[in-house]
Design a binder for this molecule. Structure first.
Ligand code: PLP
Ligand code: COI
Length: 330
């Protein structure tokens, strides 16, 4: 089953009627019956989100910055020409699913969490290339452990000649097609024994864009945390959190700017960050047949500090910045 540890019993579904979102409900049915002519099957009208619920020591359950997922799903809906969603429906879907599957929320201290997958698809008979008339918003969840094998160990990555998103395409939103485009380069990297792919900017292929389904960051020799500024990457909520924590908790200088692959030596440490990836240290990047290793190839001290801070906040062991955690009342 890969990243998921098991399937859970309940999921949430809300449909539009005449293009307006209706209140949804929980169901045990994991199959969705929709018309064969639905846009999701032919024209890729689909977006998703990913967030996690964490159980704290006191047994309470919290979501991490779900307001940012809410904003991002609406950006995605606009880009796929689907109706905007009210906060009530977005949160109801997530919170109902967390509550209904409460027995599957991993216990505090196990380094596990409940991964929540909201998604929207265009549905209903439609042969011409135009937006669907009707949509489904659904949420399911699964208890998960670490995304990359090996927990907090440094992994090897390789650049690819392929792009996950076009230079003026849909890289900024969590559009399903970006992930479809990533499967082949991922397979090529895996076949060669790498943990995953580093995407370069689609326009010039000279700058680091992203790490598969995570953002990239590097620590320079003078301790500046740098992360790519690019119009083709997904703006990671984890990345935005790390920028804040590095600056305000670790007193580091931070920069969002271009990261040229030919200048990769400027970094002594590097990592991939995302909801699923958390912070995954990068041991090396192979580009044009040359392998660049960061530091001694072990988990670097700054990456480790950031990991401990972030994970401490996830699980309530370290005080969170104001407004980052939203409790789900069980
Ligand atoms: N980049 C891509 C392409 C992703 O799919 C993800 C996962 O959501 C991320 C980055 C990390 O984003 P976030 O930290 O919001 O999960
Ligand atoms: C996430 O981090 O939430 C992702 O979407 C990554 C992946 C599982 C697609």
């Amino acid at each position: 089953m890969g990243y998921a540890l098991k399937e859970t019993k309940y999921r949430y579904r809300a449909w539009t009627k005449d293009g307006v979102w209706q209140e949804g409900e929980l169901t045990e049915d994991k199959y969705i019956k929709i018309h064969e002519g639905s846009n999701v099957f032919h024209y890729g009208q689909a977006i998703f989100e990913g967030l996690k619920a964490y159980k704290h020591k006191d047994g309470k359950v919290y979501l991490f910055r779900p307001d940012l997922n809410y904003k991002r799903i609406n950006n995605g809906l606009e880009r796929i020409v689907a109706p905007q969603m009210d906060a009530e429906i977005f949160y109801e879907g997530i919170e109902e699913v967390v509550r209904a599957n409460v027995d599957d929320i991993p216990e505090y201290g196990k380094q596990q969490s409940l991964y929540i997958r909201p998604f929207v698809i265009g549905q209903g008979m439609n042969l011409g290339v135009k937006p669907s008339k009707e949509y489904l918003y659904s949420v399911f969840c699964a208890p998960v452990g670490t995304y990359f094998k090996g927990g907090l160990s440094a992994l090897d990555f390789i650049t690819t000649k392929y792009d996950r998103a076009a230079s003026r395409g849909m890289g900024q939103v969590k559009f399903a097609g970006n992930y479809g485009a990533s499967l082949y380069p991922r397979k090529l990297a895996k076949d060669k024994g790498y943990a995953g792919v580093i995407y370069l900017d689609p326009q010039t292929h000279t700058k680091i864009d992203e790490v598969g389904a995570a953002n990239f960051f590097g620590i320079t020799h003078d301790n500046v945390l740098v992360t790519p500024k690019s119009p083709t990457i997904l703006s990671s909520i984890t990345k935005r959190s790390i920028l804040y924590l590095a600056e305000h908790r670790l007193g580091m200088k931070v920069e969002e700017r271009e990261c040229f692959i030919d200048n990769i030596d400027e970094f002594k440490e590097a990592g991939a960050c995302g909801t699923a990836a958390v912070i995954t240290p990068i041991k090396s990047i192979t580009h044009n047949g040359e392998k660049h290793q960061f530091g001694d190839g072990k988990v670097g001290p700054t990456v480790k500090k950031l990991y401990d801070l972030l994970v401490g906040i996830y699980y309530g062991d370290i005080e969170s910045p104001e407004g980052w955690l939203k409790e789900v009342k069980l």
